[in-house]
Design a protein around this ligand. Structure first.
Ligand code: KMH
Ligand code: ZN
Length: 412
């Protein structure tokens, strides 16, 4: 959660020679930003308890315009950890023959003048509503196998139904509440056969009560009918969720095709089955397609989105792209939820960003095989463990499977 104020520094704030402004002025601005953040989060002005660090990085003078921005980066029971940055965006023009007393310039690059970190408190009895603006518990999805990763790339990849069951249980114990499920044939090749999914679903449910989200993306080159294999599972074997891919992208050197007609057909198959769709968003236009499917009544809101970022040929995994996608969420039905699956080396960095910004997180060997640079993950569970730690560091609770069912509105 972020807040920002912009103000002109007046002559009355100039305290030192050369119209220099006292550093305390920046802290006053941060105080106001912090107050707004407390109000947004808890419905109360709150109290500033302490600054952990303050750095004054450039002089501020009368006539400068300062933009002070703050962000909540950690949520405790009653405390909020915040980071602040103040930037100079306008400054009086240095005196020259061709300028006036009142000449001023928009700076082509804002200049950072101050940074700080601190903690604010809203006592428990003053928090107007416990759920006011605080992020919900984080739902961690483990994508334990996928269609592309091979045993040669990571020998810990689970393949048989039994191995998938064991890995799903390890991930659940580490904090995952959803298993994003693909299956493989005996040769380890991607398969969408109903019976292979049945065996995996049974092996998982024999061990843990996680939500099973079957893939209807399958592997590139498969038809809609083939990809819909897991939707053949009904009754006690039925998946609670299924992915819905709504747009075509370059997928590395391949093409992952989801034409308008194919996306509509898959959406209808998922609706008919009764599974809750998770819409996979690989590119910005996919939000428009999802919104259109809602408008035409093919799928119902609130939607559950997975931003899959970092596939070569689609939107890359970085803060700017995620921020842009989040800004566009207001075009979707109210109470729609989102998560991020960072592909490759950006997986944990994107997981941290999602945890910090109140979203959900997907990790696992489908998208990334490394725990650290050059260190293979020993299955998806260590990645889930890492994601859970990132959530805790940002004060996020981890959703249990039951909690996730409530948050996602899954039918019993
Ligand atoms: N294997 C990718 C081509 C999904 O599970 O819905 C598609 C995929 C998406 O993995
Ligand atoms: Zn998948």
């Amino acid at each position: 959660m972020k807040a920002m104020i912009r103000m002109r520094i007046g002559d009355h704030d100039a305290h030192y020679a050369g119209k220099l402004v006292d550093g305390a002025k920046m802290l006053q601005l941060f105080g106001d930003v912090a107050t707004e953040l407390c109000i947004r989060a808890d419905g109360d002005e709150g109290l500033f308890r302490a600054y952990d660090s303050v750095e004054f990085l450039a002089p501020v003078r009368a006539g400068d315009f300062i933009e002070a921005e703050g962000e909540i980066v950690g949520w405790g029971r009653t405390s909020l950890k915040m980071e602040f940055v103040a930037r100079k965006v306008i400054a009086p023009t240095p005196k020259r023959n061709d300028t006036h007393e009142s000449s001023a310039d928009l700076l082509s690059e804002p200049e950072i003048v101050c940074r700080a970190r601190g903690t604010c408190v809203v006592p428990a009895n003053m928090r107007r509503a416990a759920e006011f603006g605080r992020p919900k518990p984080c739902i961690i999805t483990a994508a334990i196998v996928g269609a592309e990763t091979t045993r040669e790339q990571n020998p810990h990849l689970p393949i048989t139904a039994e191995e998938l069951g064991v890995e799903a249980e390890r991930c659940a114990n580490a904090g995952a509440s959803i298993i994003h499920l693909h299956v493989r044939d005996d040769a380890g090749k991607a398969s969408q056969e109903t019976e292979r999914f049945r065996a995996a679903v049974r092996a998982i449910r024999a061990r843990t009560n996680v939500i099973i989200q079957t893939s209807t993306g399958g592997a590139v080159g498969m038809s809609v009918a083939e990809r819909a294999g897991p939707l053949g599972l009904t009754g006690k074997d039925a998946p609670e969720m299924a992915t819905l891919n709504v747009g075509t992208i370059n997928f590395g050197d391949d093409i992952f095709q989801n034409s308008a007609a194919e996306a509509k057909e898959m959406a209808e198959r998922i609706t008919k089955h009764g599974a809750t769709p998770e819409v996979e968003i690989y590119d910005a236009g996919h939000i428009d397609i999802a919104a259109d499917l809602v408008k035409r009544g093919v799928i119902k809101g609130p939607l559950h989105l997975q931003f899959v970022l970092g596939i070569r040929g689609a939107l890359s995994a970085n803060q700017r792209n995620l921020q842009f996608l989040l800004e566009r969420m207001d075009e979707l039905p109210a109470r729609s939820t989102w998560g991020v699956a960072g592909v490759g080396r950006y997986q944990l960095a994107m997981a941290e960003l999602a945890a910090r910004w109140g979203g959900n997180v997907r990790v696992g060997l489908e998208d990334n095989i490394y725990l650290d640079k050059g260190v293979l993950a020993q299955g998806s569970a260590p990645l889930v463990e890492r994601a859970a730690l990132l959530c805790k560091n940002h004060g996020r609770e981890i959703a249990t499977p039951e909690g996730a069912r409530k948050l996602l509105g899954l039918a019993k």
